[in-house]
Every structure is written in structure tokens, then in C-alpha cells.
Design a protein around this ligand. Sequence first.
Ligand SMILES: [Zn+2]
Length: 73
Amino acid sequence: MSDKKPGKKPEGPAAIHCKVKACKHSPSKFEFCAEHFDQFKFGLINKHGEPCMDFEKKQEQYEHFKHPHKKHA
Ligand SMILES: [Zn+2]
């Protein structure tokens, strides 16, 4: 006996939007879109999608992290 119906995923009460309020992307991981998940991993935003205290400072570091081989013109 099996209740499994292959091919159909159960649709839970998962978020339909990225946790970051201003963001309209659909979530990819941990209710963040791919971009904001990276920011969360980096510590730019907390798990609620809110910017951390030194957000601006970290944002610079994040840009370097995202583009580590940026060439100078
Ligand atoms: Zn997002």
C-alpha cells in the first residue's frame, strides 16, 4: 500500500515570494531567491530578510565577493 503519487509535489504553506520584502522573485533556498540567499550566506541580511547592522560596509565586501576577478579598465 502506498499513498505516494509520483510526479506531484505536495504544496505546503511555503512562501511564494523571497523573504526580502522589496523582492518579487520566487524563493530558491530557505525562502530566499538565489541572489538574496547569497546575501544571507554572506551575512548581509538576516534570516528574516532584514539588512544587518553594517549592511553598507558588508555590501562593498559582497560586491568583491561576487566579482572577485573584476578587471580594471
Ligand atoms: Zn530576493
